[in-house]
Design a protein around this ligand. Structure first.
Ligand SMILES: [Zn+2]
Ligand SMILES: [Zn+2]
Length: 243
């Protein structure tokens, strides 16, 4: 149990509800916004691969799969990881964290997640693991928001754990944890939006178009730069802008 404003609500349920709730708000708001842009046909020069869409039956299948994952995998993962967050000193009661604490912890979460995502994603591109697990996520050559979480359950759980672990290690307050969930989900849906407003989205759209040609990171592509796995994306991007 936790004290303060959340007194009376079991901490595990509160934690799970905040993680799940903010995940849903971020997912549907970002997915909805980009779907609207496609429907209105605006900002076409930012659409990847001239706005080519995935096959409708694949999208239907993916939406059902992803919504099932939100209920089963996300809720269960948050519920199971709660004791780890508490053991590391995570709390939901006052005083609330300062703006400075929220800011530095978000930056640290991004850097840690970027590192874990790059190397686990690189592992998933080893031929055996790709065929057994990661191929499902790559069924989408042309991406849309709902493809962001369309993955083998092993990959989905690994992604959920690896984005919660940084906030757990930093014993982030529940407020910071919630903001981090929001930021991470907006980032991944935007990366799969089918629009390349940001370098992040351009890199990940390229990764889905040409799976073997690199761009394995998430937020900043720091590891792609260090390891040289974004070279072909740079050439592709130069090509795109010259057209
Ligand atoms: Zn992807
Ligand atoms: Zn991949």
């Amino acid at each position: 149990m936790i004290d303060g404003w959340a007194a009376g609500i079991d901490g595990r349920w509160l934690f799970t509800a905040v993680v799940w709730g903010l995940h849903e708000v971020a997912f549907f708001a970002t997915w909805g916004a980009f779907s609207l842009l496609f429907r209105l046909g605006v900002a076409k020069r930012f659409q990847v691969a001239e706005g080519k869409a995935p096959a409708p039956d694949l999208s239907r299948r993916a939406v059902l799969d992803v919504l099932g994952g939100h209920v089963l995998l996300l809720v269960v993962t948050a519920f199971v990881l709660y004791p780890a967050w508490v053991a590391m000193g995570g709390r939901a009661d006052p005083p609330l964290p300062s703006a400075f604490e929220i800011a530095w912890q978000l930056v640290a979460c991004i850097l840690l997640q970027d590192t874990m995502f790059y190397w686990s994603h690189r592992l998933l591109h080893l031929p055996r693991l790709f065929r057994a697990i990661h191929v499902k996520h790559h069924t989408f050559r042309h991406v849309r928001g709902h493809s962001s979480e369309y993955a083998h359950p092993v990959e989905s759980v690994a992604n959920l754990v690896s984005f919660m672990v940084p906030a757990i290690l930093l014993h982030a307050h529940l407020l910071t944890f919630g903001i981090w969930v929001f930021v991470r989900v907006v980032e991944t849906v935007e990366a799969h939006s089918g629009y390349a407003f940001t370098r992040l989205a351009s890199r990940h759209a390229f990764h889905h178009l040409y799976a073997a040609k690199g761009c394995l990171g998430s937020f900043f592509g720091i590891w792609d730069r260090i390891m040289g796995t974004d070279r072909q994306w740079r050439e592709w991007r130069r090509d795109q802008t010259h057209r």
